[in-house]
Design a protein around this ligand. Structure first.
Ligand code: PRX
Length: 582
């Protein structure tokens, strides 16, 4: 049993506002998902649709003219959209999809920077009944192709700045019929025959109500996520997932009517949709979106300027804020903040201790995955925080640590972190990969792929991944994707990729590369290979370190033994090598 530092919570009366969840054991014992659904949905009159829950339903209430979105661009441009503005714009987008011949269930992908049109396109697509898919604007041609090809996307919404990367692979995307171009910066851009101007399309399309024709079990959104083997897989969710996102935003993120909420995640990642769109807006909360990337001064400035009250961010961002120095937060008025949460990687105790000093608030860790669709384990406003623990299961969710036979292990024993299916936001398929989907469910559990232990008080503690998937700054990266990109470089014969522990980013990607005859290793070549992967795949998915090796350790069946590469790199025992080729 490790010594644990605990942050006790004050009595409820001492909070700036009374938390939505005041009694965890009580809510845990009584929460029923159909009851949560009834807070959002009236079967007699409502369509079952994410855009309805997040936007349309507020337009018949006092929230109609409430700001839904405060947007700040990289060039300091600002825009504000009320729920009613979003209602009209998403009607236009949905009506336009209809006139473009898109059918219900078609995949509509959005490849844009964090601009309001990204939100309008995704919600317009959802309203129409399309299956939407967000793509990180940092993706290069290979990453784009993997996702658009696998999903058979019919429409892509993008911009003059990004369309060049799509152009590189468009001829290999037979299902792609229309490309909608959002020209927010009014660049000179000549549309080609397959392209449509977003601005023209929206102007011509009526803003009259588009009534959704979706049901609870219709697919809504898909996110591609990485595994140990193979290309990224599309985890698809259904409109019914909203009950989980709504309830967790209310009780774990503690979102309240007068909040200004900021989720720093990009919608290319599940946090940026479940909690950068669905959770807050289904609760009718005003939300800040900043187009730019991390910058400590800018972030503090945004909190001050917009009077941000609730903030959902990531451990790497916290560590980067720590690195920027203790004096920086002192320059800003951060007194509006009242609840801070984080996700994506282990939140180290030092980060929480630092947060207490910098903000006067504890940072609350939450745990979940693309596949779970919503927060499954969390620290709550009124429960003590055990530093280093992910917290306790969300009400309505049963989590456990199990052994290989699906049996729950004793307290404080490491095992596989598992969840009892189903729950409303559970992924319903991996697109085109039924067997892989089924393999995630064993002995009556959904097995998460994470290793963990639970203490006597029911707090869960993260140990690590059970597989080779790399977690770099909260982004999961499959080694296979990086290896595939590496071997496309003309000099590379073979490549093996591992996650190497890193104090700031949790892990960095490290590649071991053997060269083809005629090439010699050099720092310049390593840099060139890094740049190659960075542009083909994404900025977060390139190897920050490359070692040149003569050959890679392989199993007799030819599989690269990453486990061995990692053990060698970290100076750990190399374990069982009986399957090694030589
Ligand atoms: O390994 C866990 C890690 O991130 C994985 C899920 O990544 P992804 O599907 O991209 O979704 C991220 C957004 C929810 C998990 O299997 N992870 C997530 N949250 C935590 C975490 N590891 C430790 N502590 C966390 N709080």
């Amino acid at each position: 049993m490790r010594p644990t530092r605990v942050i006790k919570k004050p009595p409820v009366t001492k909070f700036k506002t009374t938390p939505n969840l005041t009694n965890y054991p009580l809510l845990y014992s009584k929460l029923k998902w159909p009851q949560i659904e009834r807070e959002l949905y009236n079967a007699a009159k409502d369509p079952y649709n994410l855009a309805h829950f997040c936007i349309d339903r507020h337009c018949t209430s006092s929230r109609k003219n409430k700001a839904a979105l405060f947007w700040e661009g990289t060039d300091a441009r600002r825009e504000v959209y009320t729920f009613y503005d979003l209602y009209r714009q998403t009607n236009r987008f949905a009506n336009a999809l209809k006139s473009q011949g898109v059918r219900k269930g078609d995949r509509v992908f959005v490849f844009l920077d964090r601009i309001p049109e990204l939100y309008i396109s995704l919600f317009g697509g959802l309203k129409y009944g399309a299956v939407v898919g967000p793509l990180f604007s940092a993706f290069g041609p290979d990453a784009i192709w993997d996702r658009l090809y696998d999903s058979g996307a019919k429409v892509v919404v993008t911009s003059p700045e990004l369309v060049g990367r799509l152009d590189e692979v468009r001829s290999k995307l037979p299902a792609l019929k229309k490309v909608i171009i959002v020209n927010k910066k009014h660049r000179p851009f000549e549309l080609r025959s397959h392209e449509i101007s977003y601005e023209d399309m929206m102007r011509k399309s009526p803003e009259t109500y588009f009534k959704p024709h979706t049901s609870k079990s219709d697919f809504s959104i898909m996110h591609y996520t990485s595994g140990t083997t193979g290309k990224p897989k599309g985890a698809a969710h259904v409109h019914g997932s909203i009950s989980c996102q709504y309830a967790t935003a209310k009780y774990a993120l503690d979102l309240q009517e007068n909040d200004i909420y900021w989720c720093t995640a990009d919608p290319g990642w599940v946090t940026g949709t479940s909690y950068g769109m669905f959770g807050p807006w289904s609760n009718g909360i005003s939300m800040l979106v900043y187009e730019g990337s991390f910058n400590a001064e800018k972030w503090y400035h945004l909190i001050e300027q917009y009077r941000v009250t609730a903030w959902y961010t990531a451990p790497t961002a916290i560590r980067m804020l720590m690195k920027a120095g203790d004096d920086v937060p002192k320059k800003y008025d951060l007194s509006s903040l009242r609840h801070i949460t984080s996700v994506g990687e282990p939140l180290n105790p030092e980060a929480i201790v630092w947060g207490l000093k910098a903000f006067g608030l504890a940072i609350h860790d939450t745990w979940w995955q693309t596949e779970t669709g919503a927060i499954m384990i969390a620290n709550y406003p009124t429960l003590p925080i055990k530093l280093g623990s992910m917290g306790k299961p969300f009400p309505g969710i049963r989590a456990a640590v199990i052994d290989k036979n699906g049996r729950e292990v004793a307290h404080e024993t490491e095992g596989d972190l598992a969840l009892k299916p189903p729950w409303p936001s559970m992924f319903k398929i991996y697109w085109n990969k039924d067997d892989l989907y089924r393999s995630k469910f064993q002995k009556g559990w959904y097995v998460t792929g994470d290793r963990a232990w639970m203490d006597k008080e029911g707090y869960f503690w993260f140990v690590g991944r059970a597989d080779d998937v790399i977690n770099t700054a909260g982004h999961l990266v499959g080694p296979f994707e990086v290896e595939s990109a590496l071997i496309e470089h003309p000099a590379v014969a073979e490549a093996g990729v591992i996650g190497k522990p890193d104090p700031e980013r949790m892990e960095i990607i490290k590649a071991f590369v053997s060269l083809k005859a005629g090439y010699t290793c050099s720092t310049a070549l390593a840099e060139e290979i890094k740049k190659f992967v960075r542009t083909r795949l994404a900025a977060h998915a390139y190897p920050r370190e490359i070692d040149f090796v003569d050959s890679l350790p392989k199993t007799r069946s030819g599989k690269i033994m990453r486990r061995l590469l990692k053990a060698r790199e970290l100076g750990l025992p190399i374990g069982d090598t009986s399957t090694l080729e030589e």
